[in-house]
Design a protein around this ligand. Structure first.
Ligand SMILES: NC(=O)c1ccc[n+]([C@@H]2O[C@H](COP(=O)([O-])OP(=O)(O)OC[C@H]3O[C@@H](n4cnc5c(N)ncnc54)[C@H](O)[C@@H]3O)[C@@H](O)[C@H]2O)c1
Length: 332
């Protein structure tokens, strides 16, 4: 993080109360920014970040209301916007495709339009690893076609293209961040593979792998994801950054089985995962994003290995198991 850049900068995060938004807000507050959150939800993961609510200004609002957003940008003199709000779950995309497109696609142009009108200088938008879909060549570089095929992936491919078009045609500093699967403490989406495996292991139950264990994906510890976002915002004025997409990713792609075994190994317990899928029921997935562009243009690379990130995450859930289960049960 550049020293001084964030001091007294007015920064608005859409989706602040979500999993990654809270971590990003923590980091920006630490760096001296004045952080404003804009979210439909008034709490989300906030209760899992003690003291954070008191450090930020939270506006309860919908990204599908561009006038309200524009007013928020103007009222707070916002110079940087991180747009993280969205429908973030693949399985919800399958059951509620139209809502996913509304929030992720219309929501994106609504944020960019409001930011443009209010004169926000830099906008960072959450795209996704899933935007790539199936590829012929590995690892996926940013010039690869966006083949995301299920509704969530397709919505993120649209998000990505819309963001870059605003930068190119409407002369804004806007960047699409193709972050990979992010894990860390205080993730209240307990269907995500890392928290669900950790909670099973903590309870002494065999973690269940619903596939045959072979699908490969990249995973990134949340503090590294947040640093990637921050680097992109700091560099967003440069012509080789604005109007571009960047992979924010680890450079390994473990199989689901290897990931689950890493959790078990970190826990120090003796157990084996229960594999319930077969090769016939498993979708062949191999997702591997290239880190090269972010390394070269931003000088960004992850600080944590997969094992180190899993260890920090495991320790977080060990210390907050009851708290997170209570929070999640309150929301269902
Ligand atoms: N978590 C990951 O592994 C991952 C990977 C790639 C991309 N992403 C993307 O990064 C972003 C943040 O991810 P996350 O895991 O923190 O998601 P999250 O679901 O925890 O947070 C999303 C936030 O957006 C808010 N929101 C939803 N609809 C809204 C609306 N209409 N108006 C205002 N707020 C609204 C929700 O209340 C929530 O607080 C999302 O856009 C997601 O698609 C996440």
């Amino acid at each position: 993080m550049s020293s001084g850049f964030w001091k007294d900068q007015n920064v608005l995060i859409t989706g602040l109360t979500g999993f990654i938004g809270c971590w990003l807000a923590e980091c920006l507050c630490e760096a001296g920014a004045k952080v404003i959150g804009y979210d439909l939800s008034g709490d989300g993961a906030l209760p899992l970040h003690p003291g954070l609510k008191e450090k930020i200004t939270l506006i309860k609002g919908d990204i599908l209301d561009p006038k309200n957003l524009e007013d928020a940008f103007r009222k707070h003199g916002v110079s940087v916007c991180f747009h993280l709000a969205g429908q973030s779950m693949i399985e919800v995309g399958e059951s509620s495709a139209q809502m996913t497109f509304e929030v992720n696609v219309r929501g994106t142009w609504s944020v960019l339009e409001a930011a443009k009108k209010a004169g926000v200088e830099r906008v960072l938008v959450s795209s996704s690893n899933t935007a790539y879909g199936e590829q012929k060549e590995y690892p996926f570089v940013e010039t690869a076609p966006l083949n995301g095929s299920h509704p969530y992936a397709a919505s993120k491919a649209c998000t990505d293209i819309i963001t870059r078009s605003y930068a190119k045609s409407l002369k804004m500093h806007a960047v699409a961040c193709r972050q990979t699967n992010t894990f860390g403490g205080a993730d209240f989406h307990l269907t995500h593979i890392v928290p669900s495996t950790i909670l099973s292991v903590l309870k002494g139950e065999e973690p269940i792998i619903k596939s045959d264990g072979t699908p490969r994906k990249s995973y990134l510890y949340v503090e590294d994801t947040v640093q990637g976002y921050i680097r992109l915002a700091e560099e967003a004025h440069r012509p080789e950054v604005s109007g571009q997409a960047f992979n924010i990713t680890s450079d390994s792609s473990p199989s689901v089985l290897e990931l689950v075994e890493t959790v078990i190994e970190v826990s120090g317990k003796k157990m084996s995962p229960k594999i319930t899928g077969t090769p016939e029921t498993t979708r062949k997935e191999h997702e591997a994003l290239s880190q090269e562009k972010a390394r070269q243009v931003l000088g960004w690379q992850p600080r944590y290995t997969l094992r180190e990130g899993i260890k920090k995450t495991y320790e977080w859930y060990q210390d907050h198991q009851k708290e997170i289960e209570k929070l999640v049960s309150r929301h269902h």
